[in-house]
Design a protein around this ligand. Sequence first.
Ligand SMILES: NC(=O)c1ccc[n+]([C@@H]2O[C@H](COP(=O)([O-])OP(=O)(O)OC[C@H]3O[C@@H](n4cnc5c(N)ncnc54)[C@H](OP(=O)(O)O)[C@@H]3O)[C@@H](O)[C@H]2O)c1
Length: 254
Amino acid sequence: MLNHSGIAVVIGASQGIGLAMVKDLLARPQVKRVYAASRHAMLSVPLGTLTEEYGDRLQVLSLDSTQESDIASLANEVRERDQRLHWLINCAGLLHDSARNIRPEKRLEQIDMAQLEAIFRINTFAPILLAKHFLALLNHDQPACFASISARVGSISDNHLGGWYSYRASKAAQNQFIKTFAIEAERRAPNLTCLALHPGTTDTGLSKPFQKNVPQEKLFSTTFVAERLLDIVFSRPAADSGKFLAWDNSEITW
Ligand SMILES: NC(=O)c1ccc[n+]([C@@H]2O[C@H](COP(=O)([O-])OP(=O)(O)OC[C@H]3O[C@@H](n4cnc5c(N)ncnc54)[C@H](OP(=O)(O)O)[C@@H]3O)[C@@H](O)[C@H]2O)c1
């Protein structure tokens, strides 16, 4: 159980689930400091307001998690200021982006190399590069957790509808990375829990275009989801490392 005081990093913190995670973490007295990073984090008005409220307990940083050098710089910054890390939560992800003409595919003809690359860079490659650069900081004598937000649609056994090729496959591949990382971490960082998490359909810019047919009670607020996922992050021991867990603590099949 992670009831000691500790340091948190949230990637993808400028809006959506990541921003709600930052707010929730800052409200927990055992969290000594939160590093909140994303490409436009420095421009985020809510993060600016939180900085005024929490001062030095919140560090807001620019980071593009598809750039390995940005990840390495953030790891260095955490190392210099705090020496160790207890919770890394990766909330950055991509499903659609009208500016880059990226949208979930409904049929094979819509498969596009540039879209595949963009989606895999953020949803798949970034999480494992975060693991590479933060393992040393997460490896110490206290419990720690590396959690990356995946999606139930990344479950291969749960795929009954088809479609969304690049997003589904990027999350399935992320899950394989997290599982493989968990196996290596068991040996190299025995106090570390590595998790893939599913938030449920959450009211954010990412889900906005697809909310039409979602019943009201199944569309969660970011505040609700952040609290549920953080309760998992704070409570799951290293023995649960390598699991794919939903917001309600249930295990999702690969
Ligand atoms: N919302 C849902 O219903 C739902 C359901 C299942 C799974 N998920 C997953 O949950 C996670 C969070 O989704 P969300 O709904 O909160 O999305 P969102 O509202 O679109 O937020 C995404 C966050 O990721 C950041 N980001 C995007 N590209 C980045 C990059 N290259 N480097 C660093 N940060 C980057 C964005 O900030 P900047 O623009 O400042 O970089 C933003 O803060 C994603 O992995 C998503 O796939 C969401």
